[in-house]
Design a protein around this ligand. Structure first.
Ligand SMILES: *[C@@H]1O[C@H](CO)[C@@H](O)[C@H](O)[C@H]1NC(C)=O
Ligand SMILES: *[C@@H]1O[C@H](CO)[C@@H](O)[C@H](O)[C@H]1NC(C)=O
Length: 246
């Protein structure tokens, strides 16, 4: 009899837990990823919307930290110095995973990855990341080079153990706690519904080597003509001086 009731309590309890927690861990997150501005310097913005209708879901993410892991193709980079400045101004909390050489052309660069952090203060979080296009080596015909920015990975980290019950819905990962310290923390990858089209497309103009030879040829002609003129002037001047002395 005692055994039986213990069994019943267990069943009821797991049923209760899976009902309350199971639903709450289903954050029903929607993410919008947009590329703003034009030219070689642009702005990736992220709108992250949690399920706000469900009061039970709210306590699961309020006060937590969001981490975005954004892969960037080799033709695009985030400038570490700029990210440092933005961090000091408290505008963006972001850090590049690897060292970035901002001078390199696309052909000599590797894809990179950036973490963007933000606090969950309401059911809507907006984050942004300034990005820059690398130059491509000039080629015959010039044209456009296409950069494709994939959708990010989304992570959540809370100041307590509340997400530990969500293991079945989320995948754990370990990386930086935030953009300001080297310390590592445990994060949960959160699935989401993407509300924008992916990948983001960014076409940049490529220098035309045909123009290059034209420009180089033009420059050379100007230099030669200028030099000849200069030599001629100097020569005439010297000649005049000579005549004066005689
Ligand atoms: C990027 O876009 C966000 C959101 O619209 C805005 O707050 C931010 O100032 C923009 N940053 C730059 C550098 O344009
Ligand atoms: C970043 O994380 C570290 C380690 O958890 C913490 O000591 C520090 O206060 C955090 N900094 C900010 C700005 O949140």
């Amino acid at each position: 009899m005692a055994k039986c009731s213990a069994f019943l309590v267990n069943v009821l309890f797991s049923c209760f837990v899976s009902h309350v927690v199971g639903d709450a861990c289903d954050f029903n997150v929607r993410l919008t990823q947009v590329l703003l501005n034009d030219g070689f310097h642009r702005n990736i913005t992220y709108g992250i919307v949690f399920n706000a209708d469900d009061e039970r879901a709210k306590w699961m993410y309020q006060g937590c930290l969001l981490g975005i892991d954004q892969m960037l193709p080799r033709g695009v980079y985030a400038n570490p110095d700029e990210l440092e400045d933005l961090k000091r101004q408290n505008r963006v909390q972001a850090i590049s995973k690897k060292r970035i050489n901002v001078e390199m052309p696309t052909e000599a660069s590797e894809p990179s990855s950036v973490y963007v952090f933000g606090k969950v203060t309401s059911s809507m979080v907006y984050l942004w990341l300034p990005v820059h296009a690398r130059y491509h080596r000039a080629r015959t015909g010039g044209g456009l080079a296409r950069n494709e920015i994939s959708k990010p990975k989304l992570y959540l980290r809370c100041p307590d153990q509340r997400l530990d019950t969500c293991h079945k819905d989320v995948t754990p990962a370990v990386f930086l706690c935030n953009g300001s310290s080297k310390e590592k923390c445990s994060w949960m990858e959160v699935p989401y519904t993407l509300m924008s089209s992916t990948p983001l497309i960014w076409d940049v103009p490529v220098g035309n080597t045909d123009h290059y030879y034209l420009v180089a040829g033009g420059t050379a002609s100007v230099i030669i003509i200028g030099s000849v003129y200069l030599i001629k002037t100097i020569h005439e001047y010297k000649l005049r001086e000579k005549i004066k002395k005689q």
